[in-house]
Ligand binder design. Structure first.
Ligand code: 5GP
Ligand code: ZN
Length: 114
C-alpha cells in the first residue's frame, strides 16, 4: 500500500523511534497524544480494519495481545492500568485506514468515551 502512512512507518520508510518491533508488529508513540502514554501498535502487513480480519491474518494478529502485555510491563503501566482502543470505520472516527491498537495510560481514563 504505497500511500499508507502506517505501512511506511511500520516498514521503516519513515524514520520513527520504535518502542517495540518484531517480524509482525511495531509500537511507537502517537503524534497527537491523548494521555501521558499514548502508543500505537501497528502490524507491518496492510490490513484496513477489524472488518478485514480473516482466517489467515488472525493467526498473527492474536499475538498483538502478547505484544501489548510485553510493552505494558516494559514501560511499567501494567500495574496502574491502561486502555486499548481499535477504531473501526466512519462512526468511530478511524482516521488511518490501517488497523492499529491505541494504548493509553498514565492518567485516570474517563468512561464512556466521547
Ligand atoms: P485513528 O483515528 O485512525 O484510530 O487513529 C489514528 C492515530 O494515528 C491518531 O491518534 C493520530 O494522532 C495518529 N497518527 C496519524 N499520523 C501519524 C504519524 O504520522 N505518526 C504518528 N506517530 N502518529 C500518527
Ligand atoms: Zn497500510
Amino acid at each position: 500500500m504505497k500511500e499508507c502512512i502506517f505501512c511506511k512507518i511500520a516498514n521503516g520508510y519513515l524514520k520513527t523511534d520504535f518502542i517495540f518491533e518484531d517480524e509482525n508488529f511495531v509500537v511507537f508513540k502517537d503524534l497527537n497524544p491523548q494521555a501521558p502514554v499514548h502508543l500505537l501498535l501497528v502490524p507491518k502487513q496492510h490490513i484496513v480494519s477489524i472488518n478485514d480480519v480473516d482466517d489467515e491474518n488472525k493467526k498473527f494478529l492474536a499475538n498483538s495481545f502478547v505484544t501489548i502485555k510485553h510493552v505494558s510491563q516494559k514501560l511499567g503501566f501494567d500495574k496502574t492500568g491502561y486502555r486499548t482502543v481499535i477504531n473501526t470505520g466512519k462512526d468511530s472516527g478511524q482516521e488511518v485506514q490501517h488497523i492499529h491498537f491505541h494504548i493509553l495510560a498514565g492518567r485516570k481514563l474517563g468512561w464512556p468515551p466521547g
